[in-house]
Ligand binder design. Structure first.
Ligand SMILES: Cc1cc2nc3c(=O)[nH]c(=O)nc-3n(C[C@H](O)[C@H](O)[C@H](O)COP(=O)(O)OP(=O)(O)OC[C@H]3O[C@@H](n4cnc5c(N)ncnc54)[C@H](O)[C@@H]3O)c2cc1C
Ligand code: FES
Length: 254
Protein backbone atom coordinates (compact mmCIF):
# COMPACT_ATOMS: atom_id res chain seq x y z
CA UNK A 1 0.00 0.00 0.00
CA UNK A 2 1.28 3.49 -0.85
CA UNK A 3 0.99 6.18 1.83
CA UNK A 4 1.57 9.89 2.22
CA UNK A 5 3.97 10.24 5.13
CA UNK A 6 3.05 12.30 8.17
CA UNK A 7 4.65 12.99 11.55
CA UNK A 8 2.53 13.42 14.70
CA UNK A 9 2.89 17.05 15.75
CA UNK A 10 0.53 17.07 18.74
CA UNK A 11 -1.91 14.95 20.72
CA UNK A 12 -4.36 16.72 23.03
CA UNK A 13 -6.81 14.94 25.30
CA UNK A 14 -10.31 16.44 24.91
CA UNK A 15 -12.31 14.08 27.17
CA UNK A 16 -11.53 10.86 29.08
CA UNK A 17 -11.47 8.85 25.83
CA UNK A 18 -11.36 11.37 22.96
CA UNK A 19 -8.17 13.00 21.66
CA UNK A 20 -7.32 15.57 19.02
CA UNK A 21 -4.35 14.33 16.99
CA UNK A 22 -2.56 16.65 14.57
CA UNK A 23 -0.25 15.34 11.82
CA UNK A 24 2.25 17.25 9.72
CA UNK A 25 3.20 16.13 6.22
CA UNK A 26 6.81 15.09 5.62
CA UNK A 27 6.41 14.64 1.83
CA UNK A 28 3.37 15.45 -0.35
CA UNK A 29 0.20 16.08 1.66
CA UNK A 30 -3.06 14.38 0.65
CA UNK A 31 -5.41 16.34 -1.60
CA UNK A 32 -8.23 18.41 -0.11
CA UNK A 33 -11.00 16.47 1.64
CA UNK A 34 -14.61 17.65 1.82
CA UNK A 35 -16.60 17.44 5.07
CA UNK A 36 -17.61 13.80 5.53
CA UNK A 37 -14.87 12.30 3.37
CA UNK A 38 -12.40 10.03 5.16
CA UNK A 39 -8.82 8.77 5.05
CA UNK A 40 -7.14 5.54 6.12
CA UNK A 41 -4.59 6.20 8.87
CA UNK A 42 -1.80 3.61 8.96
CA UNK A 43 0.01 3.06 12.26
CA UNK A 44 3.11 0.86 11.84
CA UNK A 45 2.79 -2.56 13.51
CA UNK A 46 -0.89 -1.86 14.26
CA UNK A 47 -2.70 -1.44 10.96
CA UNK A 48 -5.21 0.94 9.40
CA UNK A 49 -8.16 2.90 10.75
CA UNK A 50 -10.77 4.91 8.80
CA UNK A 51 -11.01 8.48 10.12
CA UNK A 52 -12.93 11.58 9.07
CA UNK A 53 -10.84 14.61 8.33
CA UNK A 54 -11.70 17.22 10.94
CA UNK A 55 -9.42 20.06 9.82
CA UNK A 56 -6.97 20.36 6.97
CA UNK A 57 -4.41 23.07 6.42
CA UNK A 58 -1.79 22.85 3.70
CA UNK A 59 0.65 20.56 5.54
CA UNK A 60 -1.54 19.61 8.50
CA UNK A 61 -4.28 17.07 9.11
CA UNK A 62 -6.38 17.17 12.29
CA UNK A 63 -8.39 14.23 13.64
CA UNK A 64 -10.69 13.76 16.61
CA UNK A 65 -10.33 10.14 17.71
CA UNK A 66 -12.31 8.11 20.23
CA UNK A 67 -10.76 5.10 21.95
CA UNK A 68 -12.86 2.00 21.12
CA UNK A 69 -10.30 -0.48 22.41
CA UNK A 70 -8.70 -1.75 19.18
CA UNK A 71 -6.51 0.19 16.73
CA UNK A 72 -8.15 3.41 17.92
CA UNK A 73 -6.54 2.85 21.37
CA UNK A 74 -3.15 3.05 19.76
CA UNK A 75 -4.25 6.08 17.68
CA UNK A 76 -5.25 8.12 20.74
CA UNK A 77 -1.84 7.31 22.26
CA UNK A 78 0.27 8.47 19.30
CA UNK A 79 3.23 10.54 20.53
CA UNK A 80 4.68 13.71 19.07
CA UNK A 81 7.32 12.74 16.50
CA UNK A 82 5.90 9.28 15.60
CA UNK A 83 5.60 8.56 11.87
CA UNK A 84 2.32 7.35 10.32
CA UNK A 85 0.92 6.86 6.81
CA UNK A 86 -2.25 8.33 5.32
CA UNK A 87 -4.12 7.35 2.14
CA UNK A 88 -7.19 9.04 0.73
CA UNK A 89 -9.36 11.06 0.86
CA UNK A 90 -12.10 8.57 0.05
CA UNK A 91 -15.88 8.47 -0.19
CA UNK A 92 -18.59 11.06 -0.58
CA UNK A 93 -19.16 13.80 1.96
CA UNK A 94 -22.03 16.08 2.96
CA UNK A 95 -23.77 18.29 0.40
CA UNK A 96 -23.41 22.01 1.07
CA UNK A 97 -25.86 24.37 -0.64
CA UNK A 98 -26.26 28.14 -0.55
CA UNK A 99 -29.22 29.77 1.26
CA UNK A 100 -29.90 26.79 3.51
CA UNK A 101 -30.72 26.53 7.20
CA UNK A 102 -28.93 23.43 8.56
CA UNK A 103 -29.53 21.52 11.78
CA UNK A 104 -26.50 19.32 12.59
CA UNK A 105 -26.58 16.47 15.13
CA UNK A 106 -23.23 15.18 16.41
CA UNK A 107 -22.93 12.29 18.85
CA UNK A 108 -19.48 11.75 20.45
CA UNK A 109 -16.77 11.05 17.89
CA UNK A 110 -19.37 11.78 15.20
CA UNK A 111 -18.44 15.44 15.64
CA UNK A 112 -15.39 15.73 13.29
CA UNK A 113 -17.11 15.66 9.87
CA UNK A 114 -19.84 18.01 11.09
CA UNK A 115 -17.31 20.47 12.55
CA UNK A 116 -15.58 20.44 9.16
CA UNK A 117 -18.98 21.12 7.60
CA UNK A 118 -19.43 24.13 9.92
CA UNK A 119 -16.06 25.43 8.74
CA UNK A 120 -16.99 25.03 5.05
CA UNK A 121 -20.43 26.58 5.63
CA UNK A 122 -18.84 29.78 6.99
CA UNK A 123 -17.88 30.95 3.52
CA UNK A 124 -21.08 29.83 1.76
CA UNK A 125 -23.61 32.62 1.11
CA UNK A 126 -26.93 32.53 2.96
CA UNK A 127 -26.12 29.49 5.11
CA UNK A 128 -26.96 29.28 8.79
CA UNK A 129 -25.95 26.37 10.98
CA UNK A 130 -27.26 25.12 14.31
CA UNK A 131 -24.80 22.56 15.71
CA UNK A 132 -25.96 20.13 18.42
CA UNK A 133 -23.51 17.95 20.34
CA UNK A 134 -24.87 15.20 22.55
CA UNK A 135 -23.11 13.23 25.29
CA UNK A 136 -23.79 11.39 28.53
CA UNK A 137 -22.50 14.26 30.68
CA UNK A 138 -20.77 17.67 30.49
CA UNK A 139 -17.30 16.12 30.88
CA UNK A 140 -17.76 14.34 27.52
CA UNK A 141 -18.48 17.50 25.49
CA UNK A 142 -15.66 19.02 23.44
CA UNK A 143 -14.68 21.68 20.89
CA UNK A 144 -17.79 23.79 21.51
CA UNK A 145 -15.83 27.07 21.32
CA UNK A 146 -14.31 25.92 18.04
CA UNK A 147 -17.82 25.45 16.58
CA UNK A 148 -18.94 28.85 17.96
CA UNK A 149 -15.87 30.59 16.57
CA UNK A 150 -16.82 29.32 13.10
CA UNK A 151 -20.21 31.02 13.33
CA UNK A 152 -22.47 28.14 14.36
CA UNK A 153 -25.27 28.47 16.90
CA UNK A 154 -24.19 25.76 19.37
CA UNK A 155 -26.47 23.77 21.68
CA UNK A 156 -25.73 20.70 23.76
CA UNK A 157 -27.66 17.85 25.31
CA UNK A 158 -26.52 15.61 28.16
CA UNK A 159 -28.25 12.47 29.40
CA UNK A 160 -27.71 13.52 33.05
CA UNK A 161 -28.58 17.20 32.53
CA UNK A 162 -25.13 18.40 33.70
CA UNK A 163 -25.04 20.86 30.78
CA UNK A 164 -27.62 22.11 28.29
CA UNK A 165 -30.78 20.18 27.44
CA UNK A 166 -31.39 17.14 29.68
CA UNK A 167 -32.09 14.17 27.44
CA UNK A 168 -31.10 12.68 24.11
CA UNK A 169 -29.79 14.82 21.28
CA UNK A 170 -32.65 13.59 19.09
CA UNK A 171 -35.16 14.85 21.70
CA UNK A 172 -33.49 18.27 21.58
CA UNK A 173 -33.62 18.14 17.76
CA UNK A 174 -37.32 17.25 17.89
CA UNK A 175 -37.96 20.29 20.11
CA UNK A 176 -36.07 22.60 17.72
CA UNK A 177 -37.82 21.17 14.65
CA UNK A 178 -41.20 21.83 16.31
CA UNK A 179 -40.26 25.44 17.08
CA UNK A 180 -38.60 26.57 13.82
CA UNK A 181 -38.10 25.61 10.19
CA UNK A 182 -34.91 23.95 9.01
CA UNK A 183 -34.13 22.99 5.40
CA UNK A 184 -31.80 20.08 6.16
CA UNK A 185 -30.86 17.79 9.03
CA UNK A 186 -27.38 16.21 8.94
CA UNK A 187 -26.17 13.68 11.51
CA UNK A 188 -23.10 11.70 12.50
CA UNK A 189 -22.78 9.44 15.53
CA UNK A 190 -23.96 6.07 16.84
CA UNK A 191 -26.24 4.18 14.42
CA UNK A 192 -29.22 4.31 16.80
CA UNK A 193 -28.95 8.11 16.84
CA UNK A 194 -28.71 8.20 13.02
CA UNK A 195 -31.84 6.09 12.64
CA UNK A 196 -33.74 8.26 15.14
CA UNK A 197 -32.57 11.40 13.30
CA UNK A 198 -33.70 9.87 10.01
CA UNK A 199 -37.22 9.27 11.31
CA UNK A 200 -37.36 12.83 12.67
CA UNK A 201 -36.40 14.15 9.22
CA UNK A 202 -39.14 12.05 7.65
CA UNK A 203 -41.72 13.21 10.17
CA UNK A 204 -40.89 16.90 9.76
CA UNK A 205 -40.35 16.65 5.98
CA UNK A 206 -36.73 17.83 6.20
CA UNK A 207 -33.94 16.76 3.81
CA UNK A 208 -31.59 14.27 5.57
CA UNK A 209 -27.99 13.15 5.19
CA UNK A 210 -26.17 10.93 7.70
CA UNK A 211 -22.60 9.67 7.95
CA UNK A 212 -22.56 5.94 8.72
CA UNK A 213 -19.87 3.61 10.07
CA UNK A 214 -19.05 0.08 8.87
CA UNK A 215 -15.80 -1.90 8.98
CA UNK A 216 -13.60 -0.61 6.17
CA UNK A 217 -10.60 -2.50 4.72
CA UNK A 218 -9.69 -1.55 1.14
CA UNK A 219 -11.59 1.79 1.11
CA UNK A 220 -11.76 1.67 -2.69
CA UNK A 221 -14.77 -0.55 -3.40
CA UNK A 222 -12.90 -3.82 -3.99
CA UNK A 223 -13.23 -6.09 -0.92
CA UNK A 224 -16.98 -5.67 -0.28
CA UNK A 225 -16.54 -5.58 3.52
CA UNK A 226 -18.32 -2.25 4.00
CA UNK A 227 -21.61 -3.11 2.30
CA UNK A 228 -24.67 -1.32 3.73
CA UNK A 229 -27.02 -4.22 4.47
CA UNK A 230 -30.24 -4.26 2.44
CA UNK A 231 -29.07 -1.55 0.03
CA UNK A 232 -26.19 -3.15 -1.90
CA UNK A 233 -24.28 0.11 -1.54
CA UNK A 234 -20.66 0.26 -0.39
CA UNK A 235 -19.93 2.70 2.40
CA UNK A 236 -16.40 3.44 1.21
CA UNK A 237 -17.35 4.62 -2.29
CA UNK A 238 -21.09 5.43 -2.17
CA UNK A 239 -20.87 6.87 1.38
CA UNK A 240 -20.04 7.22 4.21
CA UNK A 241 -22.65 9.98 3.83
CA UNK A 242 -26.03 8.80 2.52
CA UNK A 243 -29.23 10.77 2.05
CA UNK A 244 -32.55 9.39 3.27
CA UNK A 245 -33.63 9.20 -0.36
CA UNK A 246 -30.58 7.09 -1.34
CA UNK A 247 -31.09 4.62 1.49
CA UNK A 248 -34.83 4.24 0.82
CA UNK A 249 -34.49 4.08 -2.97
CA UNK A 250 -31.86 1.32 -2.70
CA UNK A 251 -34.04 -0.64 -0.26
CA UNK A 252 -36.95 -0.45 -2.68
CA UNK A 253 -34.83 -1.44 -5.67
CA UNK A 254 -34.59 2.15 -7.00
C1 LIG B 1 -15.85 6.55 7.28
C2 LIG B 1 -15.49 6.46 8.73
C3 LIG B 1 -15.04 7.58 9.40
C4 LIG B 1 -14.70 7.51 10.76
N1 LIG B 1 -14.26 8.63 11.40
C5 LIG B 1 -13.92 8.55 12.71
C6 LIG B 1 -13.43 9.70 13.40
O1 LIG B 1 -13.27 10.78 12.83
N2 LIG B 1 -13.10 9.56 14.71
C7 LIG B 1 -13.25 8.36 15.37
O2 LIG B 1 -12.94 8.29 16.56
N3 LIG B 1 -13.72 7.28 14.75
C8 LIG B 1 -14.04 7.34 13.43
N4 LIG B 1 -14.48 6.22 12.78
C9 LIG B 1 -14.60 4.99 13.52
C10 LIG B 1 -13.25 4.39 13.72
O3 LIG B 1 -12.65 4.02 12.52
C11 LIG B 1 -13.51 3.23 14.66
O4 LIG B 1 -13.41 3.77 15.94
C12 LIG B 1 -12.55 2.20 14.58
O5 LIG B 1 -12.70 1.53 13.35
C13 LIG B 1 -12.70 1.31 15.75
O6 LIG B 1 -11.54 0.70 15.72
P1 LIG B 1 -10.95 -0.17 16.85
O7 LIG B 1 -10.05 -1.10 16.13
O8 LIG B 1 -10.38 0.64 17.94
O9 LIG B 1 -12.17 -0.92 17.48
P2 LIG B 1 -12.69 -2.34 17.11
O10 LIG B 1 -11.71 -3.36 17.60
O11 LIG B 1 -13.08 -2.37 15.67
O12 LIG B 1 -13.98 -2.34 18.00
C14 LIG B 1 -13.92 -2.39 19.43
C15 LIG B 1 -15.33 -2.32 19.97
O13 LIG B 1 -15.86 -1.01 19.78
C16 LIG B 1 -17.04 -1.04 18.99
N5 LIG B 1 -16.97 0.09 18.06
C17 LIG B 1 -16.01 0.31 17.12
N6 LIG B 1 -16.25 1.43 16.45
C18 LIG B 1 -17.38 1.95 16.97
C19 LIG B 1 -18.15 3.13 16.70
N7 LIG B 1 -17.79 4.00 15.75
N8 LIG B 1 -19.26 3.35 17.45
C20 LIG B 1 -19.64 2.49 18.43
N9 LIG B 1 -18.95 1.36 18.73
C21 LIG B 1 -17.85 1.10 18.01
C22 LIG B 1 -16.99 -2.37 18.26
O14 LIG B 1 -18.30 -2.84 17.94
C23 LIG B 1 -16.31 -3.26 19.27
O15 LIG B 1 -17.23 -3.74 20.22
C24 LIG B 1 -14.83 6.27 11.44
C25 LIG B 1 -15.28 5.14 10.76
C26 LIG B 1 -15.61 5.22 9.42
C27 LIG B 1 -16.09 4.00 8.70
S1 FES C 1 -13.90 -1.36 2.33
FE1 FES C 1 -13.53 -2.66 0.67
S2 FES C 1 -15.28 -2.33 -0.56
FE2 FES C 1 -15.48 -0.85 0.99
Amino acid sequence: MWYHHYRVSSNTQLTSNIHRVVLESTDTPISKAKAGEFVMLYIPAVGELPLSVFKQKEEELHFVIEDYGGASSRAVNLHKGEMVGVRGPYGRGFTLKQNTNYLLLAGGSGAPPLLKFVEEAQSTPGVSVTYLLGARSASELFLLDEARSMGARVMVSTDDGSMGYKGLITQLAEKLLSEATYDALYACGPEQMLLAAMSLAKRFGVYFEGSFVRDVRCAVGVCGLCVMEGTGRLLCVDGPVFSLHELEAAQHGG
